[in-house]
Design a protein around this ligand. Structure first.
Ligand SMILES: Cc1cc2nc3c(=O)[nH]c(=O)nc-3n(C[C@H](O)[C@H](O)[C@H](O)COP(=O)(O)OP(=O)(O)OC[C@H]3O[C@@H](n4cnc5c(N)ncnc54)[C@H](O)[C@@H]3O)c2cc1C
Length: 375
C-alpha cells in the first residue's frame, strides 16, 4: 500500500528527502510544501552581500522542480497536528502516514532591541541585498559584524563575512580608514574545530580584524552603538547582524518544541510521536545548523522510510557528519570535515584554504542544483 509522506519545507532537508524517496521507486505518495516560490542556498547570501551575484541568479525556482512521485505545493503551513499527523495550510489540509518537519529556523529581529532600527541583517535575501547597496557608500568608520545569539546557522558565516568585507574594502582602496570588529557569543570562531578557529584568528590578526569572543549582544542603540551584556559599548557606522534564530511560530504552536526547537532521537530523527520526524535547523542543537547536516539527516529519514517499504537495508544511525566550506577571502576556501555523533567526542578536521577547495565548493552547489532541480 502506498505510504503518504508529507514534507514541510523545501529547503536543504526537504529537497534531499524528496529526491531520495522519488529515486527509490518505492510506493510513496509525497507532498512537498513550501511558502516560497524558490530555493536559495545559504552561502549565496554572502555572494549577494558583496555584489558577486544577483538575487535572480541565485533563485532556484520550484517551477523547475520535477521529481516522479513528488507533488510540490506552494502554500503556507498554518497548523500542524502531530498527534493525528494532519497539516493545515493556507489552501488545504493534508493527512500523512509519515510527517517530516523541515521548516528551518526563522529570524527574530525583535529579540534584539534596536537591531531593525539601527542595524541590518545579512542572513536573509532582502537583508543581504539591502546591505549590499550600503557597502559601496561605506568608505570610512567602524564596521561591526555582530551575532545576536546562539544557536545560529552556519557558524563560520560571520567570520567569512568579516574576511570578505576586508577584501572588499581593500579592493575599493578604503581599508585604511575603516575598522572591522566581529562580535561572537561563542568562545572561538568554529568551536568544533580548534585548528580552523586558530587559522581564522590568524587571518583576522593579519588583516587587522578585531574579534570579540564570548560577546553577548543585548541591544543596539542609535548613539551608543552595540550594547554588550558586560556593560561595554561598541559604536559603529555600519552593522552586519546575525539575528537570533527560533523555530517558526507554526512549529512552536504544534507543541513539539522544547527550548525553542524540536527535540528528536539524534540517530533516527524521530520526534516524540510515531510517524513524525524533524530534520535540519528546526531541530534542537546536536549538530550545527547547516544545510549539509539537514541533508544528511534527511537521508537517514528517507533510508528508514524506504526500508519500511521493504526496499533495501535500514541506513543505521545518523552520525552527524558533514563538510563545511569556509570563504577565507582572496578567492580561497577551506573545508572542515565535521563528525559530531559517531565517536565519544565531536571532531572537526581542518583543510587549508585553497583555490581547489573554492572549486569544490562551487561543485557542491552545482551538484545539488542538478539533483534537485535538474538545471
Ligand atoms: C549566510 C549563510 C551562509 C551559509 N552557508 C552555508 C554553507 O556554506 N554550507 C551549509 O551547509 N549551510 C550553510 N548555511 C546554512 C543553511 O542555509 C541552512 O542551515 C539550511 O538551509 C537549513 O536547511 P533546512 O532544510 O533545515 O531549512 P531551510 O533550507 O531553511 O528550509 C526551510 C524551508 O521551510 C520553508 N518554510 C518555513 N516556514 C514555512 C511555513 N510556515 N510554511 C511553508 N513553508 C515554510 C522556508 O520557506 C524554507 O524554504 C548558510 C546560511 C547562511 C544564512
Amino acid at each position: 500500500m502506498s505510504t503518504k509522506v508529507v514534507i514541510l519545507g523545501a529547503g536543504f532537508g526537504g529537497l534531499e528527502l524528496s529526491a531520495m524517496l522519488s529515486e527509490s521507486g518505492a510506493d510513496f505518495e509525497v507532498t512537498l510544501i513550501d511558502r516560497n516560490d524558490a530555493f536559495v542556498f545559504g552561502f549565496s547570501k554572502l555572494d549577494l552581500l558583496f555584489g558577486r551575484t544577483t538575487a535572480d541568479t541565485v533563485r532556484h525556482s520550484y517551477a523547475d522542480f520535477s521529481m516522479p512521485g513528488v507533488t510540490f505545493r506552494q502554500e503556507s503551513v498554518t497548523a500542524i497536528d502531530p498527534e493525528n499527523r494532519v497539516v493545515t495550510t493556507s489552501d488545504s489540509s493534508y493527512e500523512a502516514d509519515a510527517l517530516v518537519i523541515a521548516l528551518g529556523a526563522d529570524y527574530d529581529l525583535d529579540a534584539t532591541p534596536g537591531l531593525a532600527e539601527f542595524g541590518n541583517e545579512f542572513y536573509s535575501v532582502p537583508g543581504a541585498e539591502r546591505l549590499s547597496r550600503m557597502i559601496p557608500e561605506f568608505t570610512e568608520g567602524h564596521a561591526v559584524i555582530g551575532i545576536c545569539g546562539a544557536p545560529f546557522k552556519c557558524p563560520p558565516a560571520p567570520s567569512e563575512c568579516s574576511l570578505m568585507l576586508h577584501d572588499n574594502l581593500v579592493e575599493r582602496g578604503v581599508r585604511d580608514g575603516c575598522q572591522i570588529t566581529l562580535i561572537n557569543p561563542l568562545p572561538s570562531p568554529v568551536p568544533p574545530s580548534p585548528e580552523m578557529s586558530a587559522a581564522l584568528c590568524q587571518e583576522f590578526e593579519k588583516r587587522g580584524i578585531e574579534l570579540i569572543s564570548g560577546g553577548r549582544i543585548q541591544a543596539l542603540d542609535g548613539d551608543r552603538g552595540v550594547l554588550l551584556e558586560d556593560g561595554s559599548e561598541i559604536p559603529f557606522d555600519i552593522f552586519f547582524g546575525v539575528p537570533r534564530h527560533r523555530a517558526p511560530d507554526v512549529v512552536i504552536d504544534s507543541g513539539l518544541t522544547e527550548d525553542g526547537f524540536i527535540p528528536v532521537d539524534s540517530h533516527t530523527l524521530e520526534a516524540r510521536l510515531p510517524g513524525v520526524y524533524a530534520v535540519g535547523d528546526v531541530v534542537t542543537a546536536g549538530v550545527p545548523k547547516a544545510g549539509v547536516f539537514s541533508e544528511g539527516a534527511a537521508r537517514i529519514v528517507a533510508g528508514n522510510l524506504i526500508a519500511g517499504q521493504g526496499q533495501g537495508e535500514a541506513p543505521g544511525p545518523y552520525l552527524g557528519r558533514g563538510n563545511c566550506y569556509i570563504e577565507f577571502g582572496e578567492g580561497k576556501v577551506s573545508r572542515v570535515d565535521i563528525d559530531f555523533l559517531s565517536g565519544p567526542q565531536r571532531t572537526g578536521v581542518f583543510n587549508e584554504p585553497s583555490l581547489a577547495l573554492a572549486e569544490e565548493k562551487v561543485e557542491f552547489g552545482r551538484s545539488r542544483q542538478a539533483r534537485w532541480f535538474g538545471t
